[in-house]
Design a protein around this ligand. Structure first.
Ligand code: ADP
Length: 196
């Protein structure tokens, strides 16, 4: 499943419950891998940035997986896509999200919920993060029905099989894909091993 070995799996560290930090309710962190960035991610960014003075999109490293795009490439793509969004910053996320949030004076971690299949892991992660730092809340945002079915792994599969991805992601992603690799329908194998 897409959950295995993700950046957030390592969220274990000493209990910092009741930390004296006073984070700012107007700053939110949206962490993720964004590999590939989909229209679902962009929808979430757009909706969140209306709610907060500052939205920090934190791009994580997944130590368990070889990423399709490098961290730097993912950051560049996100910066291009959010260039006109004044209150959105794109940064690299190392370590624990709650530590990052505290360092950046943020009170809120935003996560997207697409389906029940997201829920169990997200709840576990949110509760662990709350235990680590009582001052930082995880807020879940319901995915838009127009993009609820989108996932990065599905887009990678479509691309590898030579399918049209431009309807699912921003043009910057398509440009980066074309620059990096050419789809090879004959040789490509689905990550999920299921037909699309
Ligand atoms: P992660 O490895 O942290 O799950 P992703 O890049 O897959 O990183 O997702 C980052 C966040 O965006 C997660 O909270 C995920 O639930 C949310 N998300 C992913 N796809 C969508 C979508 N289509 N609509 C809304 N939220 C989404």
């Amino acid at each position: 499943m897409r959950r295995a070995g993700r950046w957030s799996r390592s969220d274990v560290s000493p209990d910092t419950t009741n930390s004296p930090q006073q984070p700012n309710a107007r700053v939110a962190i949206y962490p993720g891998s964004f590999d590939l960035l989909t229209n679902g991610h962009v929808d979430l960014i757009n909706r969140c940035r209306r709610l907060y003075d500052r939205l920090i999109v934190a791009v994580g490293v997944n130590p368990a997986k070889t990423p399709f795009f490098s961290l730097e490439e993912r950051i560049d793509i996100l910066r291009e896509v959010t260039a006109g969004m004044g209150n959105v910053e794109i940064v690299r996320l190392d370590g624990l999200t709650v530590h990052f949030a505290a360092q950046n004076d943020a009170m809120v971690i935003i996560r997207g919920l697409r389906a029940m299949s997201d829920f169990e892991f997200e709840l576990q992660l949110a509760l662990a993060n709350l235990k680590l730092n009582r001052n930082i809340e995880t807020l879940f945002m319901a995915a838009d029905p127009k993009t609820i079915y989108l996932s990065s792994s599905m887009l990678r599969d479509i691309w590898r099989h030579g399918g049209e991805v431009s309807v699912f992601c921003p043009p910057a992603v398509v440009r980066a894909l074309l620059k990096k690799t050419k789809p090879n329908p004959g040789e490509a194998r689905s990550e999920s091993q299921r037909p699309l």
